[in-house]
Ligand binder design. Structure first.
Ligand SMILES: C[S@@+](CC[C@H](N)C(=O)[O-])C[C@H]1O[C@@H](n2cnc3c(N)ncnc32)[C@H](O)[C@@H]1O
Length: 233
């Protein structure tokens, strides 16, 4: 995939499609965030879930599919770096934050200074994806839906670049439990999260005739996978 890369390299191994690459909100907390979400206690206490739960689900998108994969809001790959190092699929890992992408790059380099040839790191905006509709065989986005107020728009944008017949994988934190609701509501006040949704509200975002959907819940995290059966969603 790298030989057909139409995007501008902004720093070694990372391309951008943005005119204004700096200033993403995660740029200022990238290192802190990545350390926090890598801890067992944080995921158990606030979400009543584990890193293994995330990784098992993400492996379905990254390892058990074939073709092209787009990960929207890939972050620093705290849960997924090992999976991306192991896949043969052509993957584009997109994030708004350059600092998060630099952490992702370091994890993929793993001391070698080389990205796997099938992996591209791309700075971009989920709401202005630089791809035509129906481009990817698989799309995924982990731990992202709950960040946005315009959740339906986010989901629809990501699904618009999925080919008919393609597979999608999302998981999102919800305010389903007392602790997660309190945590999300307090961070909502400082604009860290979008409106706090329940599991049912999150699942309703996928209630569309063009989609076949399966889901399961662990703690306050809802895991949503499925297939796009028609062109438009
Ligand atoms: C909560 S982190 C999740 C990161 C990773 N998917 C994970 O599971 O660890 C959310 C990520 O979404 C990115 N993000 C936020 N808004 C975005 C947007 N509009 N377009 C692309 N990425 C965005 C942030 O920079 C951050 O890296």
């Amino acid at each position: 995939m790298s030989h057909t890369n139409p995007f501008r390299e902004i720093t070694r191994g990372i391309c951008t499609c943005l005119e204004q690459p700096s200033g993403a909100s995660y740029d200022f907390k990238a290192g802190y965030y990545e350390r926090l979400v890598s801890t067992r206690w944080f995921n158990r206490f606030f979400w009543d879930a584990s890193r293994q739960d995330y990784q098992e689900f993400a492996s379905r998108a990254i390892l058990r599919t074939a073709g092209t994969v787009l990960d929207v809001g890939c972050g620093g790959l705290a849960q997924t770096a090992q999976l991306y190092r192991s896949t043969n699929n052509d993957c584009i890992l997109l994030d708004r934050s350059l600092e998060m992408l630099k952490i992702a790059r370091a994890r993929l380099w793993a001391g070698s200074g080389l990205l796997p040839a099938n992996i591209q790191l791309l700075q971009g905006d989920a709401f202005r994806l630089p791809f035509p509709d129906n481009t990817f065989d698989t799309v995924c986005s982990f731990g992202t839906i709950h960040l946005f107020d315009n959740k339906q728009e986010f989901v629809d944008k990501v699904l618009s670049v999925l080919k008919p017949g393609g597979r999608f994988y999302f998981y999102s934190m919800t305010g389903e439990t007392k602790i997660s609701r309190a945590f999300m509501s307090s961070l909502r006040k400082v604009r860290e999260f979008g409106n706090v949704y329940s599991i049912a509200q999150t699942l309703a975002l996928f209630n569309q005739p063009a989609l076949e959907v399966q889901s399961h819940v662990i703690g306050s995290v809802v895991f949503i996978a499925g297939r796009k059966i028609k062109q438009s969603v």
